[in-house]
Design a protein. Structure first.
Length: 554
């Protein structure tokens, strides 16, 4: 492997590595995700430095999992503790979007030929014909990012060792629940204490992309957005289809809540010059399994909800307000339609109540415990009974089981949180070390813009989900209480090492490869920037970070 790489120029090394890694199916949850870390580990072990120091490259098995993370440690020339982490992930999303081209999804050469001739999309066809783009699942997200880090690791090991240490981390499961990175936190803390490492920054090279047609800006980020998954268990009042006006169909409230939350830019954070994502409904269904003429008793839904400056407590207040507003809109609509119906039928209306309680999971448990209901036992038993289900489905079953404990069985919405949870990680004003990190990045980009003609812009939050989130937590325990208190079986069915992450507190940069259409069948990587400019860009900011760090200590 080393022989194949060492004979190539840097950009050819990056392209060869990217093409080789793309050819390996590492779809999230598939067998390839188990096999590819072995290949990366073997590849690094073939480098002469790591042949002499095999103890500096190793695999970490993820607890209760078959997948593994790859680590490689390269000491710097200054024999100091200052360390920069280079990290990337090796899993990809599936290939269902390729349709009839699924057999070629991991073959950049075949896809290039196809898109050069067959596609009706002019932009894609022109990109393919230019020869400057590399196609394939994972080409952009993010086999190319791994390749760039490996190219730099090899260069450092052979030619220009930096002052400080480089720690490479290639992780699993970024596209799902981040099991690789949350496991890596333990290893990072172990190295921090065992070797006395001081992590001055982490550099992820997850993909960057144009924001609009004709946008050639290379966006660099000094942090990552956070994410919560707010879930709504909605209990209605079932009825026969012959008497629906006196019941309360939970699908009505689910639909209203979806309309109020999904893509609602009015409730997104407003940050200048930041790419902010609105809430997105990822799941909505009722609990009926078969056909009959009874309305559903409950409905389930959850949303992708990103956090930038806002914390979980503030988001919870906003979510409760929207749920209560939606519940009131449904109550008014049901009452109005009932009265209208009775008037048309010439009947006297009854006094009915369509009110819907909106409550947090934490307060719902308190309400049930006040009646001496066996809340903890029911939660544990339900979790065990439905252990075979997706954890989010399991949590809905827990909410449903708790609803059954209430003698009143009144219509209600229970707000809780489910996996994954990602903290927001960003540079803080007034923090001198964070200011030096920003200075190093700014100076690097200024120099590159003059030398290469590239147009750069620094932003605070990488706009997509990122493993970088798990390198720092800014919230206090009190601020995280809104999450943990409303999270069914935190630390039992799911959890992240909050205390360990807080002790790491690593500033996170994202200096990404450049591509288009990630997670689409036209996913493609722009080679000139990604292979010719980016490796040197990362080395330059690395050198400046080490210089700034040593100067501050001096």
């Amino acid at each position: 492997m080393y022989e194949q790489l060492s004979s190539l120029r840097e950009e050819a090394q990056a392209e060869w590595l990217t093409t080789t890694l793309v050819s390996m199916d590492s779809t999230n949850g598939g067998m390839g995700e188990i096999e590819i870390p072995n290949y990366i580990h073997k590849l690094i072990r073939s480098f002469p430095y790591f042949q002499k120091h095999p103890e500096h490259v190793w695999l970490q098995t993820i607890p209760n999992d078959e997948r593994r993370n790859v680590f490689a440690f390269l000491p710097g020339t200054a024999h100091a503790k200052d360390t920069i982490i280079y990290h990337a992930h090796y899993d990809t999303v599936g290939i269902e979007d390729y349709g009839s081209l699924s057999a070629q999804a991991f073959d950049p050469k075949a896809l290039l030929a196809y898109f050069s001739e067959e596609t009706n999309n002019t932009e894609i066809r022109e990109d393919a014909a230019s020869g400057e783009w590399l196609f394939g699942r994972g080409a952009t997200d993010m086999k190319s990012g791994i390749a760039v880090h490996l190219v730099n690791l090899l260069r450092y090991a052979e030619d220009e060792r930096p002052y400080g240490n480089i720690l490479l981390l290639i992780s699993a499961d970024e596209e799902s629940e981040h099991a690789g990175m949350t496991a890596a936190v333990t290893e990072l803390r172990h190295l921090q204490t065992e070797k006395g490492l001081r992590y001055i920054a982490a550099i992820n090279d997850d993909y960057i992309a144009p924001e609009y047609e004709g946008d050639n800006t290379r966006y660099m980020y000094t942090g990552a957005c956070g994410k919560i998954l707010p879930c709504f268990y909605i209990a209605g009042k079932e009825s026969h289809v012959g008497d629906t006006l006196t019941g309360l169909n939970p699908t009505s409230l689910a639909s209203q809540l979806n309309l109020e939350l999904h893509n609602n830019i009015r409730i997104t954070e407003h940050l200048d010059d930041e790419f902010i994502l609105p809430p997105t409904c990822l799941y909505q269904r009722d609990n009926k399994q078969t056909y009959d003429v009874q309305t559903a008793t409950s409905a389930y839904m959850y949303f992708n909800f990103c956090l930038y400056e806002r914390n979980v407590d503030e988001a919870t207040v906003e979510l409760l307000h929207i749920a209560r507003t939606s519940a009131e809109m449904v109550r008014v609509a049901y009452e109005g339609r009932y009265l209208d119906y009775m008037k048309r039928m010439g009947r006297e209306p009854k006094t009915l109540d369509w009110s819907i309680e909106v409550i947090t999971f934490h307060d719902f448990k308190k309400y049930l415990r006040a009646m001496n209901a066996p809340v903890t036992d029911v939660m544990e038993q339900t979790s065990q009974t439905f252990a075979h289900l997706d954890v989010r489905e399991r949590f809905f079953k827990i909410a449903e089981a708790l609803q059954a404990l209430d003698p009143a069985r009144k219509p209600r919405v229970v707000l809780f949180f489910a996996p994954p949870f990602l903290p927001h990680n960003h540079l803080e004003e007034g923090n001198q070390h964070h200011a030096r990190v920003l200075e190093a990045l700014s100076d690097t980009l200024d120099a590159s813009a003059k030398a290469s003609g590239e147009n750069y812009r620094i932003r605070r939050f990488f706009p997509f989900i990122s493993d970088s989130s798990y390198l720092a937590i800014h919230e206090s325990d009190d601020e995280l209480a809104a999450l943990i208190d409303n999270f069914p079986r935190w630390d039992e069915d799911y959890g992240i090492p909050v205390d360990e992450i807080r002790k790491l507190n690593i500033p996170a940069l994202n200096m990404g490869v450049y591509g288009k259409d990630a997670h689409q069948w036209s996913e493609r990587l722009y080679k000139p920037f990604s292979f010719q400019v980016l490796p040197g860009l990362i080395r330059d900011v690395t050198a400046r970070l080490f210089d700034n760090s040593f100067e501050s200590q001096g």
